[in-house]
Design a protein around this ligand. Structure first.
Ligand code: TYD
Length: 135
């Protein structure tokens, strides 16, 4: 269903107005290019903490800052790197398999993740040298 090998931003639709507020939808086959098997969210992360520090072997993800702001740095095995700022709840970031990620949070940020696979510890590469040079 999804063949993208490069991360990209998704402009998720924003429905509503300033009077009543907004709703944003992630929908499989429309703006989510994989079947969602898992959803998780990360919160109460202090600003000086760097999360991530791993890559995935097969997992594809979409990350949204539903509140606050995220800085996400991505690197693949071919010396390509990308940096994204997620600063709006209607902005998604598609991250394909095979990217080392480091993520920092602004105050009160909530990171929402839509994931293509259930949680599998074996899908993680947590050693940077192993990621870059062994696989
Ligand atoms: P991890 O993916 O390393 O978080 P981050 O990249 O944001 O720092 O996960 C942190 C901990 O939570 C780790 O012990 C594994 C556990 N965890 C689960 O049990 N299930 C999950 O779906 C996720 C994402 C993490």
């Amino acid at each position: 269903m999804n063949n993208a090998t490069t991360p990209y931003l998704i402009d998720l639709r924003k429905i509503g107005d300033d009077q009543i507020g907004f709703i944003t939808v992630s929908e499989v086959g429309h703006n989510v290019p994989f079947q969602i098997k898992r959803v998780y969210w990360t919160y109460h992360t202090p600003e000086n903490v760097v999360r991530g520090n791993h890559a995935h072997k097969e997992l594809n993800q979409i990350i949204v800052a539903v509140s606050g702001e995220l800085n996400i740095k991505l690197e693949n095995r071919n010396e390509e790197s990308f940096e994204f700022t997620l600063d709006s709840p209607n902005l998604g970031l598609f991250i394909p398999e095979g990217y080392w990620r480091t993520i920092t949070f602004s105050e009160n940020t909530v990171l929402l993740c839509l994931a293509s696979e259930i949680y599998l510890q074996e899908d993680y590469i947590r050693d940077y040298n192993e990621f870059k040079f062994d696989s």
